[in-house]
Design a protein around this ligand. Structure first.
Ligand SMILES: C[S@@+](CC[C@H](N)C(=O)[O-])C[C@H]1O[C@@H](n2cnc3c(N)ncnc32)[C@H](O)[C@@H]1O
Length: 240
């Protein structure tokens, strides 16, 4: 069955956008996944087609109404995971991309203004997901990032399955650096080991670089990597 994404948004014209190009675009054209958009405004009930209102408790900005958003959700809900993109959410990780790729598809809710009334998020059991510690003006770019990360994991989308296994985050490690021709460029040489043809030495160098870069740039990932490695040693030795 085709993996299906539905995006609830006030800006349906933004889609497929970048998802219509390159890997994701080719896969879309080949029918390896399907993308539908739902205009939340189509579910407004007043003559002004309002989707938002002022926040209870006061404060700046507007909040998307639960009744309007809920009606939009009901129009597509069919058991697929529901995801609300929000900077308040759990960080979106490669393991989430894998999990969603294994599901029949996803429904993504894009907020605007100050966000969506919390009651509809809770009532519908939406997962709250963030694409980073910064504030975008809407959920659409976040939804595109999530979809791009998921779609490339769908069967047949990426040329070489091995590349997904070696990429950053496949383990909690960033990837080693890449080099191509020319072997010397502006006085900078490619590391000799990569020209050696010695596969075991290349693998060891790449592993050491991945660990060095992860330790320096992402202490959080490094800590996860170390604790996973310790757990593996303990379970191998049979010691609790
Ligand atoms: C201007 S933001 C609202 C920010 C909100 N008032 C806050 O401070 O958490 C409008 C919408 O953009 C989306 N958005 C913004 N930053 C995001 C992020 N880092 N990850 C996922 N979605 C984001 C959400 O859908 C959000 O409802």
């Amino acid at each position: 069955m085709t993996w299906r994404a539905s995006v609830l948004t006030l800006f349906t014209e933004m889609f497929p956008g970048p998802l219509g190009h390159s890997l994701a675009g080719r896969a879309l054209a080949e029918g390896r996944w399907a993308l539908g958009t739902v205009n939340i405004r189509d579910f407004a009930t007043d003559r002004h087609r309002s989707v938002d209102d002022t926040p209870f408790g006061g404060g700046a900005g507007m909040v998307m109404r639960p009744d309007v958003v809920d009606a939009a959700m009901v129009s597509v809900a069919d058991g697929r995971p529901l995801v609300y993109l929000t900077p308040r959410g759990r960080p979106f990780r490669q393991e989430d991309a894998k999990r969603l790729a294994a599901a029949p598809g996803v429904v993504l809710l894009c907020g605007r203004y100050e966000g969506v009334d919390q009651r509809v998020i809770e009532a519908r059991g939406c997962e709250e997901v963030s694409v980073g510690d910064y504030v975008l003006s809407g959920g659409e770019l976040a939804a595109m990032a999530v979809l791009d990360a998921v779609v490339r994991l769908l069967p047949g989308v990426m040329g070489a399955p091995a590349s997904a296994e070696e990429e950053s985050f496949a383990e909690p490690l960033l990837e080693y650096p890449h080099y191509t021709r020319p072997a010397e460029w502006q006085g900078r040489r490619v590391p000799d080991v990569l020209l050696s043809g010695h596969h075991a030495a290349i693998a060891a160098w790449r592993r050491a670089e991945a660990e060095r870069i992860t330790r320096a740039r992402r202490p959080d990932l490094w800590a996860r990597h170390v604790s996973a490695a310790c757990a593996a040693i303990v379970s191998k030795s049979g010691t609790p």
